[in-house]
Design a protein around this ligand. Structure first.
Ligand SMILES: Nc1ncnc2c1ncn2[C@@H]1O[C@H](COP(=O)(O)OP(=O)(O)O)[C@@H](O)[C@H]1O
Ligand SMILES: [Mg+2]
Length: 226
């Protein structure tokens, strides 16, 4: 589904962060990327999500080069195919949980019937992830663990093929981190969504079928399934 070929990225002062890096993500894969702080995990996820541009290399999504997209096409690609979960929940404080979750549907400019289908999908996801009970609450009235599950639903509401998660459990205690990790895997199993997650947590990383380490700008690793 996703092929990342020979991606390189440097920053002034820091120098080379990603060095001719390759990664292939197939439908239904779950991939963890670990590595020390500053090794380039966030940079890589941002490049995959077209939030940042590499200096060279190509990214093929279902065979199409996505790096040539203009801003509007990039936004369309993201909305349609990619879900993001970041370390901090980034929910809008003046919208309810349900309104936060439905926000990406507005961005995707759905037609009425598509909107109601997606909104039904959102309800199903909320039930699956155990957050239906506080759909009408505001973010400041729910816990950090609950808020992170809300962002997961929001990331999945447009039925992306791939979920990019950057330190998704980084600000959670162990109990909530375990819950979120299990829910990520459940989404992978039940909905076939591919996971690519950057994490410091070896516990979370080891739950993924493919475990990669970002070292000296390249990915090295092993796979549970090979
Ligand atoms: N926009 C930027 N400008 C300059 N340097 C950056 C920028 N983004 C990241 N870096 C540098 O690139 C390196 C990799 O950062 P990052 O991808 O955030 O690593 P990680 O997520 O693995 O901690 C770091 O040394 C960081 O300081
Ligand atoms: Mg990071």
């Amino acid at each position: 589904m996703l092929q990342i070929n020979n991606i390189s990225k440097s920053f002034h002062q820091r120098g080379i962060v990603l060095d001719n890096l390759n990664l292939e993500v197939k439908d239904g894969d779950s991939v963890s990327i670990t590595g020390p702080s500053g090794s380039g995990k966030t940079t890589l996820l941002n490049i995959i999500g077209l939030l940042d541009k590499p200096d060279s290399g190509e990214i093929l999504f279902r065979g199409e080069e996505v790096l040539k997209y203009n801003a509007e096409e990039s936004a369309g690609y993201r909305n349609k195919n990619i879900g993001f979960v970041f370390q901090d929940h980034l929910l809008l404080p003046y919208l309810t949980v349900r309104e936060n979750i439905l926000l990406p549907l507005l961005a995707a400019k759905k037609k009425d019937d598509e909107y109601s289908e997606s909104s039904a999908h959102a309800d199903k996801l909320m039930e699956n992830l155990g957050i239906s009970g506080f759909a009408n609450k505001y973010p400041h009235n729910i816990s950090g663990g609950e808020a992170q599950r809300v962002t997961l639903v929001r990331a999945l509401v447009n039925k992306p093929s791939i979920l990019l998660a950057d330190e998704p459990t980084g600000s959670l205690d162990k109990a909530n981190a375990d819950i979120l990790g299990d829910l990520l895997l459940k989404m992978n199993r039940d909905f076939g969504i591919s996971l690519v997650l950057a994490t410091h947590s070896t516990g979370l990383a080891e739950k993924m079928a493919i475990q990669l380490n970002l070292i000296d700008g390249k990915l090295v690793g092993r796979s549970k399934i090979l």
